[in-house]
Design a binder for this molecule. Sequence first.
Ligand code: NAP
Length: 289
Amino acid sequence: MAEKYTITGHTKVFCIIGHPVEHSMSPTMWNPALQELGLDYVYVAYDVHPDNLEKAVEAIRVFGIRGANVTIPHKNPIMKFLDEIDPIAEKMGAINTVKNEDGYLKATNTDAPGAKKSFIDAGCSIEGKSILFLGSGGAARSIAYLFSEEAKKIVLTDIIEERAVIIANEIKKNMDAHIEGKIANEKNIANLIKQTDILINATPIGMYPNIDLTPISKDLLHDELFVFDVIYNPMETKLMKDAAEVGCETLSGLDMLINQGVIAFEWFTGKTPNSKLMKNKIIEFLGIK
Ligand code: NAP
């Protein structure tokens, strides 16, 4: 059992900045993990209006905030104020983690590595696989960037074809990947899914409170698929339930959420947090099943 935690004059700060930020799960999962390891830090959330982003970056330096996570809408605009960005995050054009080394701010993106770690933990290799994405927004974009290093083929789809095509072309150019963008209509999905090994839902369809919705008809699923839903609330979406009934293996976005935090935690502190504790704290906080 960890000793009772007390904030003192020595206590250092980690934070998340976003706008809005109140919904963030990060303080909920970071603080218990920091306390369990006896690390003298607190993790807080700051709502930073886009107009104040540059000042907020200066505040990270001035206040000696040791590390910051970054969420919507700052993941791209913050990049120009930082000192060093890891090459793949630079290509993605989005960071979510900033480490303060004596005022020198280094950044990376742990979202997609969090997804990749979740696949590895679930025993699903990405190498040589055909991957179909439903939805081509921010989550799809960062995962597709990283997974394109190993996948045989990636198809991004979206209800607006142009979105999928633009991102696919951008990734193809930056990563030398086999990737294309298509419209997400029933006919296309029905054809594409036959040659798909990994199906990724990167739409918000099925997210709380719309838990009875699914982005794809159960009839289109087949038992060779590995199905990953980026949604973390509920923990098991309708898509995942349908897929499990068809005989597919499934993975929840909750694992990605925890693992992006685990990777940032290790980078900031050099210590491995208790990921089960982090997961349980989120489950408890959200009351999810
Ligand atoms: P986003 O930028 O809004 O992207 C979703 C995209 O999917 C939009 O372009 C949307 O189009 C499109 N879409 C909606 N319905 C579709 C359908 N039936 N078929 C194909 N495309 C469809 O959202 P995001 O930031 O990428 O987030 C997506 C989900 O991932 C959210 O539920 C978010 O909470 C979750 N997420 C989870 C994690 C994690 O750590 N687990 C991290 C990031 C995000 P319209 O905008 O026109 O509807």
